[in-house]
Design a protein around this ligand. Structure first.
Ligand SMILES: Cc1ncc(COP(=O)(O)O)c(C=O)c1O
Length: 390
């Protein structure tokens, strides 16, 4: 079988492989606690499902413009204008099946081979994978546990070279649960303007902040034109399997990204976009309910996990993950992952799956684990922890 050379540069999102492996275990009759995949176990809100069913019954089942349904882009533009306090028009919105395509398309559209892209590390693995794939150079920006997973502001400046084209920002952050403080966003904005850089602001966890308020780098003066906002219905409305997301970017770039859609998937599904409109128009309580439950889980998890010796738990301020510091155990992330998976039947992710600065950590998602399941997971972890920390 002949495979093109470029494929060797493509990475992968480990969560999907561990999910498949956990499903194999379940087929053998083993009960697994799922903490590997970044999903939530809530039902998609009824108003959203009803709107989708109505759209199908009304035969909204055909092609749409590649950029997305105008009515949907109009609602997204209103939502982003209101929440980010920047004027956004429907021409600046591009609809995609989930958030991931915006990562792929926006990097493909703006970064040349040999350019450099600054990427939070540990960070969502697709960033680095796509940058490598197109022959550009990923430059890791370490996120530091002791700084609440913020980065060193002066280091960011030092990492910028003549080849730097693009910075990726993700807050609240996957996998760490960190939320970047205002001064970090200000520094990113200042450097992006000074060096004429694009900024991809991955805001898929914008509604899941437990302390403080969400802030987008796009809101800062002079940043709207150079920021690509990435968001999705995946986490906010618990719609991972629907595949519904969008990017907000300047109108010229939106045309380029729309042509990439035209050449690859033609358009996003029609009826899901009508469902998206219903989601954006739904009362805020629909999302608040999810956030309240997630906070309850987070608090319970942080309390429970302290029962394990030789771990440090940095309380996540947002998102759906606990990024557990296991450095004191002396074991690698992969070793701990394997013991937990095979012997405790708790599916987690090795921190190293998020980049080299993730080594020494494991990621546990509480998105799909209600409090009793969290307690069960920690109990199982305790039963094998003597093999990890002795
Ligand atoms: C930070 C971040 N960005 C993007 C995505 C991809 O989202 P989607 O499933 O909508 O493509 C995820 C999913 O886990 C994520 O955590």
């Amino acid at each position: 079988m002949q495979i093109a050379d470029r494929i060797s540069k493509l990475g992968t999102e480990q969560a999907f492989h561990v999910l498949a492996r956990a499903k194999d275990m379940e087929r053998k009759g083993i009960n697994m606690v799922h903490m590997e995949i970044g999903d939530t176990d809530f039902d998609t809100p009824k108003v959203v499902k009803d709107a989708c069913i109505k759209a199908i019954k009304e035969n909204k089942t055909h092609y749409l413009p590649s950029q997305g349904l105008l009515e949907f882009r109009t609602e997204i533009a209103k939502f982003i204008s209101k929440t980010r306090k920047i004027p956004v028009t429907p021409a600046e919105v591009v609809v995609t099946p989930g958030a991931k395509p915006i990562i792929f398309y926006s990097i493909l559209a703006t970064v040349n081979p040999g350019d450099e892209v600054i990427i939070p590390n540990p960070g969502f693995p697709t960033y680095e994978s796509v940058v490598n794939f197109i022959g550009a150079k990923p430059v890791p920006l370490p996120l530091i546990a002791e700084k609440n997973f913020n980065f060193d502001l002066d280091l960011l400046e030092k990492l910028i070279t003549k080849r730097t084209k693009f910075i990726i920002v993700n807050s609240p952050q996957n996998p760490t649960g960190g939320v970047l403080p205002h001064e970090s966003l200000v520094r990113i904005a200042q450097l992006a303007k000074e060096h004429d850089l694009w900024v991809l602001s991955d805001e898929v966890y914008d509604k899941f902040i437990f302390e403080g308020k969400f802030e987008s780098v796009s809101t800062l003066p002079g940043m709207k034109e150079r920021t690509i906002i990435l968001n999705a219905f995946t986490k906010t409305y618990s719609m991972s399997g629907w595949r519904l997301g969008y990017g907000v970017m300047n109108a010229d770039l939106a045309k380029v990204v729309s042509n990439l859609i035209n050449n690859s998937i033609s358009c996003s599904p029609n009826f899901t976009q009508w469902a998206g409109i219903a989601g954006l128009k739904a009362p805020e309580s629909v999302v608040t309910k999810f956030r309240t439950e997630l906070k309850k889980r987070r608090d319970a998890f942080v309390t429970e996990i302290k029962k394990l010796p030789k771990v440090k738990c940095h309380c996540p301020r947002g998102g759906i993950y606990l990024f557990l510091d296991i450095r004191e155990t002396g074991k690698t992330s992969k070793e701990v992952f394997e013991i937990l998976f095979e012997e405790a039947h708790v599916a987690t992710l090795s921190g190293a799956a998020f980049g080299k600065y993730g080594e020494g950590f494991i990621r546990l998602s509480f998105g799909s684990a209600p409090v009793p399941r969290i307690k069960e997971a920690v109990k199982r972890m305790q039963s094998v922890w003597y093999k990890i920390a002795n």
